[in-house]
Write a protein that binds this ligand. Structure first.
Ligand SMILES: Cc1ncc(COP(=O)(O)O)c(C=O)c1O
Length: 387
């Protein structure tokens, strides 16, 4: 169905999401709400077991369906995408392909990374990697000039998160990519908290790698992640953490040689998480049908309304205000994140927390009534205000 930016997306799509019969759900940064079609896709997987017992043809086909949909999501050919079992699996495979033994051994990263990113890079210190963290600014945004200054001709890869999982801060990627490429360094973007919430066109954004997963704004389930690898700049990188699903010919069953796929599939590993491929495909079809630009344009005023209402109660909003510095998520400072989330849940408002902040993450299925309910729940829990 064609929609445009003035369309009330929740009015069109919300009835497909049963969770709203029970709670005000604004926790997409943790897990997307379950669409009826996504629920049906789990059944479709179970049906293959009931009808055929083993259905490897259907299942392998589903891996390719997911790859094709990811290609559509990012506007790149599907064979530039590895379909993995998590974002971590993609990054670990990429890290295994890098050589840290030469002069170019630096990983330049930020303090806004998800733990898995920091941990994987620090694990490479044993292999010679030198990991540099650029501290964030006081407003929690990445210090762009410090980051650019840290990128030099000893930098092997620059690893940045697009939207921070803790505070919702969004980082401008283009200058980072430009600076890295100028000195011959690679760029990895962790886009887990932005994919499905805002458009990302990898035919324009020239990052070398981009990772994410399907369970949040893409409406899928745990078990499917992905990594884009740009062939022109990454074709020389051959992972040493690998497996038979990364082989050029999976069915060669070779045990005396290593012959990885020529395309991004070389960053895959073992048997895919087949049950999760079904919801991954159904979720992406749903989101693509609405359109990423429509989703971003619809959610932006909900984000602003949450900001205005909650800060009006005396709370401190941690997420920067400028539209170029945030996506869907908005984070609020709290005195006790777990108790506050529990108190909000007793008001039937489902959100989550990290690092001393309550995280609220609207998506296209939320409406202004949900926003009003969230603000009302914050009004009832003012004992948690942290200035
Ligand atoms: C920004 C970000 N990166 C990475 C991850 C984790 O990815 P995975 O568990 O698929 O490795 C998350 C999960 O919440 C995330 O928010």
């Amino acid at each position: 169905m064609a929609v445009n930016t003035s369309t009330d997306l929740a009015a069109l799509y919300r009835s497909d999401f049963k969770v709203f019969d029970h709670v005000t759900y604004m926790n997409t940064c943790s897990q997307g709400a379950l669409a009826d079609s996504v629920k049906g896709s789990f059944d479709a997987y179970l049906k293959t077991l009931e009808l055929k017992g083993s259905a490897w043809g259907d299942w392998a086909g589903h891996q390719e369906t997911v790859r094709d949909l990811l290609g559509k999501f990012f506007n790149v050919p599907a064979n530039q995408i590895a379909v993995t079992t998590s974002a971590s699996a993609g990054v670990a495979s990429l890290a295994s392909a890098l050589d840290f033994t030469g002069k170019r051994n630096k990983v330049v990263t930020t303090d806004n990374e998800f733990p898995t990113i920091g941990q994987i890079w620090h694990a490479q210190e044993k292999r010679g990697a030198k990991v540099i963290h650029v501290p964030s600014k006081e407003d929690l945004t990445v210090d762009l000039s410090a980051l650019l200054a840290a990128i030099d001709d000893e930098t092997l890869i620059v690893s940045v998160t697009h939207v921070c999982f803790r505070n919702g801060t969004m980082t401008e990627l283009e200058p980072i990519i430009e600076a890295a490429h100028k000195v011959g360094a690679l760029v990895l973007v962790d886009a887990y908290q932005s994919v499905g919430a805002i458009p990302i066109d990898l035919s324009n954004l020239k990052t070398d790698f981009l990772v994410g997963g399907n369970l949040k704004y893409m409406l899928g389930a745990p078990g499917v992640g992905f990594m884009f690898a740009r062939p022109e700049t990454t074709g020389h990188l051959i992972p040493t953490a690998t497996g038979w699903f990364a082989a050029d010919n999976i069915f060669a069953m070779a045990i005396h040689s290593y012959d990885p796929a020529k395309d991004a599939r070389r960053f895959e590993s073992g048997t895919p998480a087949i049950p999760s491929l079904y919801p991954a495909a159904a979720g992406m079809e749903y989101v693509l049908n609405i359109g990423l630009a429509n989703i971003a344009a619809y959610v932006a005023p909900l984000h602003d309304e949450l900001r205005e209402g909650i800060s009006g109660l005396g709370y401190r909003v941690v997420t920067p205000k400028a539209p170029q510095n945030h996506a869907a998520m908005i984070a609020i400072a709290t005195l006790d994140e777990n108790a506050h989330v529990a108190a909000l849940e007793s008001e039937k408002v489902v959100v989550s927390s990290r690092d001393g902040n309550v995280r609220i993450s609207p998506h296209f299925y939320n409406d202004r009534e949900d926003v009003a309910k969230v603000i009302a729940a914050f009004a009832k829990t003012k004992q948690f205000i942290r200035k």
